[in-house]
Write a protein that binds this ligand. Structure first.
Ligand code: TXA
Ligand code: MG
Length: 351
């Protein structure tokens, strides 16, 4: 497997394994089977995983993250072949999406099978399923399934409402004081995509994007030929069960300003073509939109490490992954005391 040659920096965390070797992955799979937690890399962000059929294991996720239990979790599986275990009445267009974009940064919301319990879905009849493409995630899934596991429930490995971790070090910073010695953290280096998966609701006749990501609406439209409902635009509609649809989310402690001019002492995240004014702290200078997505959350974390008060983000333009970047930055810029457009206040105070 490719992961055995993986060259990333390996760190030892908690009572953890030395690295992402075969024995470390076997140990992590056993950890899940025994009802404990494993933080693991995916291509999008790091996940905080538990056996998706184990209520005690899943309860630990909610406790560690500080997340309301009404908030559903994505179940990760190793292959499209296992989708029938978790979902039923799967529309043909969902199969088409899975065949093209799995393994990869796409989550499908489908009608749940009998195996899916309320503790995964927050009581909803639907379940989110994803096959990640990160080789360490896939190997963990395969080893877990070989031991009788069926799927790994995993939200992003950060505290509820905060910035998703794109490295094991960032996940450790957020969670180490909440994990136990029986839990594990696998280090697979930096995530290649850097923002969370695209979530597509496949429970209706036509698909709806609930959260934009690296699988863009154009990619989906071109494959399926559907006109897509972009419900992630919260000025159009709020889907209360998608945490990313809280207006305030993915937020660093620093105040995020979109497209403003940074002053001395402020942070700046912008494409490399934008120069850094004197006295401004450059947090990231990505060359492309893809790279922008990859470094955004690390740049937010750097702003907090440096105790910056304000971060200006100059958004890249475009209607591909740029829409996902825009979505995350807008939510991170939003503060609950900003004027609302009729959105229930209770939805806003969850950072
Ligand atoms: O890229 C990702 O999706 C990462 C990696 C670890 O896979 N996971 C992730 O999970 O971002 P999380 O829980 O932080 O965000 C996923 C969102 C949740 O906020 C949840 O509300 C929504 O997906 N979701 C999960 N199941 C759902 C369902 N059945 N219906 C609607 N939304 C759902
Ligand atoms: Mg999350």
């Amino acid at each position: 497997m490719a992961f055995t040659q993986y060259k990333s920096e390996i760190i030892i965390l908690m009572s953890v394994n030395k690295n992402c070797t075969v024995s470390a992955l076997e140990d992590a799979a056993r950890t899940l089977i025994s009802g404990n937690l494993v933080v693991f890399p995916t291509e999008t962000v790091y996940g905080l995983g538990a056996d998706a059929t184990n209520p005690n294991g899943v309860a630990k996720i909610y406790k560690v993250k500080g997340r309301p239990t009404s908030h559903p979790l994505i179940v990760h599986i190793s292959s499209l072949n296992n989708l029938n275990i978790w979902a039923k009445y799967i529309p043909e267009y969902a199969i088409k999406l899975a065949k093209v974009f799995w393994p990869g940064p796409l989550t499908l919301i489908l009608q749940r099978s009998e195996i899916v319990k309320d503790f995964i879905t927050g009581g909803q009849n639907n379940v989110g399923i994803r096959v990640p493409s990160n080789p360490i995630a896939l190997s963990l899934l395969e080893r877990f399934e070989a031991k009788g596991g069926l799927g790994i429930a995993a939200p992003s490995a950060n505290l509820f409402g905060g910035v998703s971790p794109t490295s094991a070090i960032a996940a450790k910073e957020d969670l180490h004081h909440k994990l136990s010695n029986s839990d594990r953290i696998l280090d697979g280096g930096s995530c290649t995509v850097g923002i969370e998966s695209t979530i597509v609701d496949c429970t209706q006749i036509a698909p709806t994007i609930l959260r934009p990501g690296a699988v863009t609406s154009d990619m989906i439209k071109n494959l399926l030929g559907f006109k897509l409902d972009l419900s992630f635009d919260y000025s159009v509609r709020i889907h209360p069960k998608v945490s990313g649809s809280y207006k305030s989310h993915y937020a660093p402690k620093a105040q995020v300003i979109i497209d403003g001019n940074p002053e001395v002492g402020d942070g700046l995240i912008a494409l490399a073509s934008t120069l850094t004014p004197i006295g401004v702290v450059r947090l990231a200078a990505p060359e492309t939109s893809q790279e922008f997505a990859k470094v955004l959350y690390e740049a937010y974390r750097l702003a907090d490490i440096k105790n910056l008060r304000k971060v200006c983000v100059q958004l890249p333009t475009g209607d591909g992954i740029e829409l996902a970047i825009q979505d995350r930055v807008e939510r991170s810029a939003y503060k609950p005391n900003m004027p609302t457009d009729g959105l229930a206040k209770s939805l806003l105070n969850n950072t």
